[in-house]
Design a protein around this ligand. Structure first.
Ligand code: BGC
Length: 753
């Protein structure tokens, strides 16, 4: 009796409680509905983002201001602030100001897709790596790339992206090149600009990183990069300048390294003189994770926000403000920048709502982008596209091509549905710096395209066995890969795991050998002359195998071009090796005090980027070195003809209008990336030529079009250090147009005043 009545009482109590809550909620909502309380003035979207931010700043207490200036910790990075309970599980979480209607900032890494979906029980689409996005040379594809990430961020409850990597591939062995957009500042800046524009159009706070010159991972928390101002402005910084101009990205992440003596996150020249003053950047600068090293110095230099904790921008910042060491004006400027970015990006007016990501559309988008970004580098005797009707047997060899395709690691890592494809389904968790394979199987996709051929797989572990299989087949397709990740660099551009030997043995067994590379940047190819076909597939994303099969069998005509030079050997690189840190400038894995040592500042070691302006193809041009495959190179299954180049000055802005005729004289439709380069007058002291524009032009078989490319005057300028400004050097400019940086059939000269 007692227990029964007790049970009933509890139930009644619960029901009453639920009911009472519902009544209270409804009363509250009717109060809201009937209340004539005016909207807080900063909630008026008719005001500018700056006006709205100013109104909020006036209402804020010191503690509220300080809390916007730092994150609240990140899983696995203790003993900094513990991760707050309201975090959405991303890399960064900033507490908002609920009483003023300012939401929390939920940040997620999102280089080629949204990170950490595995540990949070969510789903993310993997796009082709960012370098692949650049290889499409297609600004519309970059916009779609960003849009997909923006939607998936919001569906997962995030309102800020930490994507937008645009460090130049100055050092081809940098382990993060796959996260960046290649070696040319105009290509990289344009592509990241469109990517971030697409992302911000979905109402997330966008970010461009890592500012600046974080061009190697080795000793990244200590390295002091030496580079002269002109080179810096015309190379790495120009990529950021263009990206920010085109996207109006709301945030910039300063990098770990030092630049000419000061840490990037407390570097007055980078953050204030260039970014905030010269480029008029209205958004906020956040530190890379543990990239902040001071309070007053960083604040004065222009760092607005510390991540992931509050070592310098929490209690220390409060003390500095209270003691007058940091002025109210300086504090308010940091706060204003964060708030105006929130208003400008739409996260206040249109906060994200968690939902189910649109997987079907996402997969279609990633496949289309992959199809436009896989570069065909060689096609002897028109072996490609393969004709399924004529093939009896195909040998598929190497790089786990039976089960999947590799992805790039580190904070860019996207988790494959079902886990690492190398592991049993559901068992393959994603771990930091594990090789992660996506379940997009080239073997399956090739079998689907050639259903009546005998398609057999060999792992490539024993090159002799692989060669024997290749010998018995009509065609051999060898897959080879390099795994790359944040936190490491490559020692060499050679393929690892004896894959060069595997390819060489297969190629000598079968003259119809096609190599498919899955690499994050350039590799050397000592076997290039021996194989009939080569594709650079990069890290091809969730639908890489399907995209590749469409290219192999000609359902899609290749249209991508290299965004980096592929040198013949390591010896051709500007530096014999990457400068590695001395032991004192590193922390050991597992050291519980590592974070304190990093925060304090590890002793610097020096690297000098003395190639200066000669980044990428500019180095090979200036040094007279023949690359293996030049920047801008990529072929297709049709042939294009260029003619009739004209260039005129545009009175309106001092730029140029370049026109030429482009014809598809082959039998298949295609899309050609037509590239425009300029050689500046000798007095400019520039490398032999620079990319100044391009157009990706779709052409039906037999079609011819007049192509117009508008050249921005900035792209014809040089940075004059004495005047601290971009200048046009008067004289003759030779323009060249063609399909790659080393194949430029059209020339014209224009005089610039
Ligand atoms: C990386 C950033 C990343 C951050 C947060 C850092 O280690 O350099 O690119 O956004 O971590 O995960």
């Amino acid at each position: 009796m007692t227990s029964r009545s007790f049970g009933i009482t509890v139930k009644c109590f619960l029901l009453t409680a639920v009911f009472a809550t519902a009544v209270a909620a409804s009363a509250q909502s009717s109060r809201k509905a009937s209340s004539s309380k005016p909207l807080q003035p900063w909630m008026n979207p008719a005001l500018s983002a700056d006006e709205r931010a100013d109104l909020v700043v006036k209402e804020m207490t010191l503690d509220e201001k300080i809390s916007l200036l730092h994150g609240t910790g990140m899983k696995g990075l203790s003993p900094m602030s513990p991760l707050a309970v309201d975090s959405n599980g991303g890399a960064g979480y900033v507490v908002g100001v609920p009483r003023l209607g300012i939401p929390d900032i939920q940040m997620s890494d999102a280089a080629y897709g949204v990170r950490s979906s595995g540990e949070n029980g969510r789903y993310s689409t993997a796009l082709p790596a960012n370098i692949a996005g650049a290889a499409s040379w297609d600004p519309e594809a970059a916009y779609a790339y960003g849009g997909l990430i923006g939607r998936e961020l919001r569906a997962q409850g995030y309102n800020m992206s930490l994507g937008g990597g645009v460090n130049l591939a100055r050092e081809l062995r940098n382990g993060r090149n796959f996260e960046y957009m290649g070696e040319d500042p105009i290509l990289a800046g344009t592509m990241v600009g469109q990517l971030m524009k697409g992302e911000q159009a979905e109402h997330v706070i966008g970010d461009i990183k890592h500012y600046a010159l974080n061009d190697q991972e080795s000793g990244r928390n200590a390295v002091n990069v030496h580079i002269d101002k002109r080179s810096m402005r015309e190379t790495d910084l120009l990529a950021f300048e263009i990206g920010l101009r085109d996207s109006r990205a709301a945030a910039v992440m300063c990098s770990y390294n030092r630049v000419n003596g000061d840490y990037a996150c407390e570097n007055q020249y980078l953050l204030t003189d260039v970014l905030k003053k010269d480029w008029h950047f209205p958004g906020f600068v956040l530190s890379d994770w543990q990239g902040a090293h001071s309070t007053a110095k960083a604040s004065a230099a222009g760092l607005d926000h510390e991540e992931p904790g509050e070592i310098f921008y929490g209690p220390e910042m409060k003390k500095a403000v209270e003691s007058g060491k940091i002025s109210q004006t300086e504090l308010n400027d940091h706060v204003h920048r964060i708030l105006r970015s929130m208003f400008a990006s739409g996260v206040v007016d249109d906060p994200p709502r968690k939902g189910v990501p649109d997987v079907t559309t996402g997969l279609a988008i990633t496949q289309k982008i992959a199809e436009g970004s896989i570069v065909l580098l060689k096609n002897d005797a028109a072996l490609l596209p393969l004709d399924a009707a004529k093939l009896h047997s195909i040998a598929v060899i190497g790089a786990h091509s039976d089960i999947g395709m590799i992805s790039g690691g580190g904070s860019a890592q996207v988790d494959p549905p079902g886990g690492n494809a190398l592991m049993p389904p559901g068992k393959g968790q994603t771990h930091w710096q594990d090789e992660i394979w996506f379940p997009t199987s080239p073997l399956k996709s090739i079998r689907a395209k050639a259903p009546s051929a005998n398609v057999q797989y060999d792992s490539g572990a024993d090159p002799a066995a692989a060669a024997a299989l290749a010998k018995s087949a009509d065609v051999a397709i060898v897959f080879a890969y390099t795994w790359e990740s944040e936190g490491m660099d490559l020692d060499t551009l050679s393929l690892p795991h004896h894959q060069d030997d595997l390819i060489a043995q297969v190629a000598s067994a079968n003259p119809h050998t096609i190599v498919v590379l899955e690499t994050g940047c350039a590799v050397t190819m000592p076997w290039a002359d021996k194989v009939a076909g080569i594709f650079e597939a990069w890290y091809a994303g969730s639908r890489g195998a399907e995209a590749l099969a469409n290219l192999l069998f000609g359902d899609v005509n290749p249209s991508a071009k290299l965004p980096v030079t592929f040198p013949k050997s390591d010896a051709d690189l500007p530096h014999a090796t990457i400068v590695h840190p001395p032991v004192a400038s590193t922390t050991k894995g597992g050291d519980p005090d590592a974070w304190k040592k990093i925060a304090k500042g590890l002793p610097p070691f020096e690297t000098t980027y003395d190639e200066g302006l000669k980044v990428g193809y500019k180095w090979y041009d200036a040094e007279g070195k023949q690359p293996l495959f030049p920047f801008g190179y990529g072929i297709s299954y049709t042939t294009y003809a260029y003619s009739n180049l004209k260039a005129v000055s545009m009175e309106t802005n001092g730029g140029l209008l370049v026109t030429f005729q482009l014809a598809n004289i082959g039998a298949r439709p295609g899309a050609e990336v037509a590239e425009v380069y300029a050689a500046l007058p000798a007095s400019a002291g520039e490398p032999p030529k620079r990319l100044i524009g391009w157009s990706k032009v779709k052409l039906a078989a037999g079609e011819s079009k007049e192509v117009t490319v508008q050249i921005d005057p900035l792209y014809l300028s040089v940075f004059d250090v004495t005047k601290d400004a971009w200048q046009t050097v008067p004289g003759d400019y030779t323009l060249s147009v063609g399909p790659s940086s080393r194949d430029l059939p059209l020339h014209a000269t224009v005089q610039m005043k």
